[in-house]
Design a protein around this ligand. Structure first.
Ligand SMILES: [Zn+2]
Ligand SMILES: [Zn+2]
Ligand SMILES: [Zn+2]
Length: 985
């Protein structure tokens, strides 16, 4: 259809057109998109679309429902979302049930402070009221966290998360406790546990943090009571002392013994008329430090530690015996590292490396784990004369009523006056602190409920004179019989896939060293330990059937029933004491460790929700969870199924500032998610998570986030170019087959397949930083700098429906479609926006689509050939730049390029002769022969002919057409095509 008048040239150029704007406006557009997803009920749509697919379960570690989220919490959840969304797009049914950890000390402390501000005390309220306030606090906190997690674009069961304080969950927690009892792994006994004297409760391993702390380091002499001649005749009639070292002088009033290694050599050396015993390796160091003995020290006798076994010393100042014992746990070197640090004395023994010890270990069975173990073996009392508030009890001579840390200095002075102190100094070491109040903790023996790591207990409540139990304790780590919790856990972790791989070592070290799990807390906001005591004979009742009966009540009425109902009503009707037949009861007042709560999640959630299954495919949390949730979940998995509840465990690093420091609101270096939502959008947080290697610590600052924003812009502009040039493209009508495409289009699609393979591999391996890197390089190098630049001429100047143009569009559609899918799990908002702007999309959201496939494979020969062409192109672009600087040409289209080459290079260039002008974005390219073996030589000159008004290329044919006298021959052909087709669709 020829028109009368010539076309308006400007209107014949196909400029990009798309609703996908250059400016992202994420802060405004993200909430709008979330609303749209809400209306679609997108999460349900995904569930429905995934029905029947293989399951993939990421089990959410519940964040603590106490405060607003910070960047670290956001990062944790975003990484989980990457996994869930990518597995979903791989064709799995990957439901996501988020959870919240609702009980525990931090909430109690928060509520207590709130009461204090109102001039009230916890004791003014009854327990039910206090618990109700705690519950409300948790509910408010989890509501605000949920709002922020949703704002981050995380899809999941937000209307129905799992809460450790729900009736069902509390019931399951109690049933789990019954399961441990069934296996004989629960007992009540007095053994040292971490104790916070501020919060007045026992603490779990995971509830202490190690920080530098200054303690008094003291060398103290204990006079030997036994006949020294029994060690060596040379000592007959001498005044002999055993020298101990400690950094906790306050534990000395509880000293009941001194441990030495049976196989190490010990020496007795002379100091005036006294004789001191220390490990031979440490004689010189001790003598020098305490300024005792001659130089060099005069050693009177050497003997193995075993010689001292069961001899008696006298306490340094109390009228009491201190028993000499042998134990393999005594060492002479190596500072304990944070992961294996168990208690204070452990660190002391190992501190000998810094020449601080004596090889004779002060032993207070009520104040240390190893002390307890060896004390039990030697039949010592588990003596702990320190009350809940950390004050010496009245029986402690001289120091009764003093707080232990305050008493340290007084004890040092007292020993100096008594002449039993050889030396004291300030000592810096890593010391356990309470995770909540940050105060140093103590090790203290109190009656607590434990989960036994090494053997079943026949008696629920440990009796002091239980010889059967005592016989099970050995020197070092207790033996691990086949069925023990420790042995099963150690075996099970070897079957788990740990990412990064060092996770298994960390877990193994933690499991090998950990003492029995203290699961009781002297608090009220939690699940009660469901045990009854006979009011007449004190017999403890903890039969699984009785506990399960209590669980059913909790299921109906919540755990508050423990406080609101009488023991009688909680027990099965007519229950009588098996010991004495009485029917009067008291209830246990301790609650369970919150790690027991959260550890129960695999059972309470995975096994109780239809869409989930046990075990989980993946757990992903920070490195602090080795001692925490990874551990407690493992314990519960083994108690219930003899298996770990996870197949893969992934650990992420910490969020730090640009200098590598932890972020703190008070330090002013914290980056708050809420602020970013309003400034740059959640997408930038998500992309930051993907841009850093999360297996290491992740750094964030305004500057780092600016770089991420720049990266985002590049990805966005790449998508925008593709979408803009798809205006009017109807895939069903306009697509061109691969065979009919230009070679460069096929090259671009081969590159797409290559990068797709890379991205799929990275998603599979949970390496999101590699996804980002691959996509970023593809967008900036392959597409922006090469393909898009080169095909612009074809897209803009060819007739809209020209086959060559449609070939480029066909490639662009595949690229945009694949980019959206590959970005989908990470840039959840932007990928969906790209998707919305693609022609002929089917699913209403990218999140219902699958990741792209690499169908057609990647054509390696083609890729290699084009790499060679791009190498020549790089040289040409450099030469053009030089010509531009020399003012020979302005734009590259004003140039003609002459290439001279030989051999296979010349053949390659000849084969692509017609592509070259487009490849270089110049008007003309000439090829010529170079001498054999010479590199490609490049000559730039001014293009022949005149500039075409329409395409800006230079041509000697401009002016040949009468109808369009200002355009080149290519444009004349294009205009004729347009006239025939009609300008617009
Ligand atoms: Zn504390
Ligand atoms: Zn009884
Ligand atoms: Zn032209």
């Amino acid at each position: 259809m020829s028109t009368e008048t010539p076309l308006d040239l400007k209107k014949t150029v196909n400029l990009p057109k798309t609703a996908f704007s250059q400016k992202a406006n994420l802060a405004q557009n993200e909430p709008a998109r979330l609303e749209k997803w809400g209306k679609l009920d997108l999460y349900r749509l995904i569930r429905r679309a995934s029905e029947g697919r293989p399951k993939f379960i990421l089990h959410d570690g519940p964040p603590y429902a106490n405060a607003d989220i910070h960047l670290g919490t956001a990062m944790n959840k975003v990484l989980k979302d990457f996994i869930v969304k990518s597995r979903s797009m791989m064709g799995y049914d990957a439901p996501y049930v988020p959870g919240y950890d609702c009980h525990g000390l931090p909430i109690e402390i928060h509520v207590e402070r709130g009461l204090e501000k109102k001039g009230k005390k916890k004791n003014d309220l009854n327990v039910e009221t206090f618990r109700r306030i705690c519950r409300e606090h948790a509910e408010n906190a989890l509501k605000s966290q949920t709002r922020d997690f949703k704002r981050l674009g995380i899809l999941g069961e937000w209307d129905n998360p799992y809460l450790t304080m729900s009736n069902h969950y509390e019931a399951e927690t109690v049933r789990m406790f019954a399961r441990f009892i069934e296996r004989g792994w629960v007992y009540k006994g007095a053994r040292p546990v971490y104790w916070c004297i501020k919060d007045q409760t026992a603490l779990a391993e995971a509830e202490v943090e190690y920080h530098q702390h200054t303690s008094p380091s003291v060398y103290v002499k204990f006079p030997l009571q036994s006949d020294p001649a029994s060690i060596d005749p040379a000592l007959a009639g001498r005044k002999v002392f055993v020298v101990i070292w400690t950094t906790t002088p306050w534990t000395l009033p509880a000293n009941l013994g001194i441990a030495v290694h049976p196989d190490y050599e010990y020496s007795a050396f002379e100091h005036g008329d006294e004789v001191y015993i220390v490990a031979s390796d440490l004689v010189e160091a001790v003598a020098a430090k305490c300024n005792v003995g001659e130089t060099p020290p005069k050693v009177l006798a050497r003997f193995p530690g075993a010689k001292l076994d069961r001899l008696e010393a006298r306490h340094a100042w109390l009228d009491r015996t201190s028993l000499l014992m042998v134990g393999e746990h005594v060492t002479l070197g190596g500072e304990a590292d944070a992961e294996t640090e168990l208690d204070v004395s452990e660190a002391e023994k190992k501190a000998a490396d810094s020449k601080a010890g004596t090889g004779c270990v002060h032993t207070a069975p009520g104040h240390g784990h190893d002390d307890f173990v060896i004390g039990k073996r030697y039949g010592l009392e588990i003596y702990c004369p320190v009350d809940n508030a950390g004050r010496f009890t009245p029986e402690v001579e001289h120091f009764a009523g003093q707080r232990v840390f305050d008493a340290n200095d007084a004890i040092v002075e007292f020993m100096r006056e008594r002449g039993v102190l050889l030396f004291s100094e300030k000592y810096q070491h890593r010391y356990p602190h309470c995770w909540r109040c940050k105060n140093p903790v103590i090790f203290r023996a109190t009656p607590q409920w434990f989960i036994a790591m090494d053997h079943a207990h026949r008696d629920l409540v440990e009796k002091d004179e239980d010889s059967r139990d005592r016989s099970n304790f050995t020197d070092n780590l207790p033996e691990t019989p086949a069925a023990s919790l420790r042995a099963s856990a150690l075996a099970e972790i070897e079957r788990v896939n740990w990412i990064p791989g060092w996770g298994v070592d960390r877990m193994r070290n933690m499991l090998k060293g950990r003492p029995d799990w203290c699961v009781s807390r002297q608090r009220v906001w939690g699940v009660n330990i469901p045990v009854f005591y006979c009011a007449r004979c004190t017999e403890a009742v903890a039969e699984p059937a009785v506990i399960n009966h209590v669980a059913d009540i909790f299921e109906r009425e919540s755990g508050d029933a423990w406080y609101t109902q009488d023991a009688k009503d909680l027990l099965p009707p007519g229950y009588t004491c098996k010991g004495c037949g009485a029917e009067e009861w008291t209830k246990e007042t301790d609650i369970l460790d919150v790690w027991f709560d959260s550890g129960t999640s695999s059972v309470a959630v995975l096994e109780n929700r239809e869409e989930l299954r046990w075990p989980a495919d993946v757990y992903l949390e920070g490195g602090d969870q080795f001692r925490g949730w990874f551990n407690s979940s493992l314990m519960i998995g083994i108690a219930d199924h003899d298996r770990a509840p996870y197949k893969t465990v992934i650990t992420h690093g910490w969020t730090l500032d640009a200098k590598g420091h932890a972020m703190h609101k008070s330090a002013g270096n914290a980056i708050e998610p809420e602020k970013l939502f309003k400034q740059s959008g959640a997408e930038i947080i998500r992309l930051w998570c993907a841009s850093s290697n999360y297996f290491d610590d992740m750094r964030a600052s305004d500057e780092i986030l600016q770089r991420v924003t720049d990266g985002y812009r590049k990805l966005r502009n790449t998508a925008r170019f593709a979408l803009g040039n798809l205006d009017g493209f109807d895939p069903s009508r306009d697509s061109v087959s691969l065979e009919e495409m230009e070679e460069i289009d096929r090259w671009a699609l081969a590159e797409l397949n290559r990068v797709t393979a890379e991205v799929l591999t990275a998603y599979e391996a949970y390496e999101f930083h590699n996804v980002y890197r691959a996509l970023y390089n593809f967008a900036t190098v392959t597409l922006s700098a090469r393909y898009f630049d080169i095909i612009k001429d074809r897209l803009y100047t060819f007739a809209p429906r020209n086959k060559a143009r449609r070939a480029a569009q066909t490639a662009l559609l595949r690229i945009a479609d694949a980019l959206a899918r590959m970005m989908g799990p990470i840039l959840v908002f932007t990928a969906d926006e790209i998707w919305e702007n693609l022609p002929n999309r089917t699913d209403p959201s990218i999140h219902l689509a699958l990741l792209p496939t690499t169908a057609g494979g990647s054509d390696d020969a083609l890729l290699a050939e084009w790499e060679q062409l791009y190498a020549v192109r790089d040289d040409v672009l450099r030469a053009l730049e030089e010509a531009r600087v020399a003012k020979l040409i302005g734009s590259s289209l004003e140039a003609k390029v002459r290439l001279e080459a030989s051999g296979s290079t010349l053949e390659l260039l000849q084969r692509h002769q017609s592509d070259l002008r487009y490849l270089f974005i110049v008007s003309q390219v000439e090829l010529g022969n170079a001498n054999e073996g010479k590199d490609v030589s490049i000559t730039i000159s001014v293009a022949d002919g005149e500039k075409c008004e329409r395409c800006w290329n230079y041509s000697t044919h401009v002016g040949e057409s009468e109808r369009y006298p200002t355009v080149c021959e290519r444009c004349v052909a294009a205009l004729e095509e347009i006239e025939q087709e009609g300008l617009s669709d």
